[in-house]
Design a protein around this ligand. Sequence first.
Ligand code: ZN
Ligand code: ZN
Length: 328
Amino acid sequence: MLLDHPRPVEDSPLRLEDLPTPTPRPGEIRVRVRCCGLCHTDLHTVEGDLQLPKLPVVPGHQIVGIVDALGPGTHILEKGDRVGIAWLHSTDNQCDYCRRGLENLCDDAQFTGYHVDGGYAEYTVVDENYAYRIPEVFSDENAAPLLCAGIIGYRSYRLSGVRPGQRLGLYGFGASAHLVLQFARHQGCDVYVFTRTAIHRELAQHLGAAWVGSAEDTPPQPLDAAIIFAPAGALVPQALRVLRKAGTLALAGITMSSIPPLDYSLLYQERVIRSVANSTRQDAREFLQLAAQVPLQTEVEIFELEQANQALQALKRSQIKAAGVLRM
Ligand SMILES: [Zn+2]
Ligand SMILES: [Zn+2]
């Protein structure tokens, strides 16, 4: 499914197009895509909330598929291996950030379904160093949401600094939060979920949230850390209000509406606000292993590739309970 010009998903901007099957270049593998998860970033791409470096572009960056061709010089993966491809498509491996273990911030990073064609397609190619083996415990469809929702959720969880036994708040409850909730509970945290959407509240309760309410509500206890997944800056003061001294508020979104003026007292006492941007290959590998150990249960709603427009419309209207996946 190809995007020629960004516009609202209600106008069905993605169209089906027969593209030539890509040939893997040196170091690359070709993957026959089995399914691809839907992400809010796809919505921001398709609707043009993000500046698009490539048009037309095939969106999608939570790809699960089978290696079906090897470029010259590949030596890690074999034909027939099941792999995942995530948002980080390549880095320069040499800038200051890459050398500091922050390749997620690489000056020259390329992102899947953004700088290069992604997974709303039958085939895609990637450098074999940027593909991950998928643990057997997950089906294709269940693995797809792990590749962005899961990995970004994991990095956000790590950067929130929450420790086992502490209280973690989650603002917005979709694909990422429903995985972080399970992961955090597995680590012994109590999870407090702030969402207005009825289907999301139900799912949060079902997955064992200690408390579920709205952003305006005050939970019975102050929180040690919180993560905002919703792209709403107005949530920042709301979340700081219920955060303990020295607590960290992590912002997981790639875009966010303006943050309203903050009373300094909300931030004082060494509270920290930090954003989370992209993820490293190390995050991906660590997370996939941990996800299999838990094992995380991904709630998925499946759409056919041709229904990509309708699937994104459902995502925009919060009609998808947890994670949406396109099947090829
Ligand atoms: Zn770099
Ligand atoms: Zn994503």
